[in-house]
Design a protein around this ligand. Structure first.
Ligand code: ES4
Ligand code: ZN
Length: 326
């Protein structure tokens, strides 16, 4: 089959997807109407036009505004259901979803409302399509560590509904060490640990995420190549990088698809995976990320299979389930 068909059809896992970043403008407007929430934009078209970002912060401002329409458990269900349907169409067999509870609890939405709605959609996808899912709770790094601890406290009654914790939002000026104590506590609780690092922030944030937070995967991590010693360490220790190519283009980490360092990361021997990050905002779901990168860079079938294998080996599936895909 053509390489294109291989990319579309190969079973894959998605490991870096913010569920609030899957809210399409049409659903934002439908939920705004349903919940009588006022939006700053007059139409779906006007909102979509605002999706021209100059950096991470300009995106986050719109992303948090979009999430303001989510109020009820059914809203969280509908959002997650729509993403899972798209993921299923892309032959995603397993997905590890980030969610940002603080974005919702700050607005008075209960933690349980958020997690129960998302979880019910995950259960349905497993029953209907055999698509497995797991949740990773993210702390917003622009907020304080004290607020992260308070969120962890609210999460504890739902401990069985998520497998790990992550760190997202504005990277620059909010280094990993700000969250060292709360991550240590999460590790004691048996949670898996990941963090966004080296997206906009310097390679040093990748190093401190590993050394001080003890994370098992790095989300993004594309700036590691600026530091040869760090790159060698990531390769030697087989630390997975959850790379999100279209996100990096939209947020101007790289100017154009052909400038992305995905092939250089692979050539450095790194455990690279391809993911969609915030697909409703960045112009594509996981297969669009694969297709556009393979069109722009000299990548071949072996790279495709390698990254699909990596997505399962780097997942938090248990060993027996992983084995089915490897
Ligand atoms: C995010 Cl692309 C990205 N980076 C950091 N935090 C985020 N939250 C949602 N998308
Ligand atoms: Zn992300």
């Amino acid at each position: 089959a053509a390489l294109r068909d291989t990319l579309l059809q190969m079973p894959k896992a998605e490991l870096h997807m913010h569920i609030e970043g899957s809210l399409e403008p049409e659903l934002i407007f439908a939920l705004a109407e349903r919940n009588k929430v006022k939006l700053e934009y007059a139409s779906v078209e006007e909102l979509r036009t605002a999706y021209a970002f100059k950096d991470l912060q300009s995106f986050l401002d719109i992303y948090y505004a979009g999430a303001s329409v989510l109020l009820t458990e059914q809203d969280f269900y509908d959002m997650t259901r729509a993403y899972l349907q798209r993921a299923h169409a892309d032959n995603v067999r397993h997905t590890e979803l980030f969610f940002d509870p603080q974005t919702h609890t700050e607005r008075g939405v209960a933690f349980g409302t958020v997690v129960n709605g998302i979880d019910r959609a995950l259960q349905d996808a497993r029953k209907e399509w055999g698509l497995s899912g797991a949740l990773i709770m993210c702390f917003l790094r622009h907020l304080s560590e004290e607020e992260a601890f308070a969120t962890l406290e609210q999460a504890l009654p739902y401990r069985d509904k998520f497998v790990g914790v992550g760190l997202d939002s504005s990277e620059r000026g909010h280094p990993p060490e700000k969250f060292a104590r709360v991550f240590a506590r999460c590790k004691e609780l048996g949670l898996r640990l990941v963090a966004h690092a080296g997206e906009e922030g310097p390679p040093d944030y990748i190093r401190t995420a590993l050394d001080l937070l003890k994370v098992e995967r790095i989300d993004h991590g594309v700036r590691c190549l600026e530091d040869a010693e760090l790159t060698a360490r990531l390769a030697r220790d087989r630390v997975p990088l959850t790379v999100c190519p279209l996100s990096n283009i939209k947020l101007r980490v790289f100017d154009k698809v052909a400038d992305h360092n995905l092939l250089k990361l692979l050539d450095a021997g790194l455990v690279v995976t391809v993911n969609s990050d915030d697909p409703a905002y960045f112009g594509g779901y996981v297969n669009d990320n694969f297709l556009q990168m393979f069109e722009a860079l000299p990548l071949g079938r072996e790279h495709a299979y390698q990254m699909a294998r990596n997505s399962f080996s780097a997942s938090f599936l248990d060993a027996a389930e992983k084995q089915k895909y490897l």
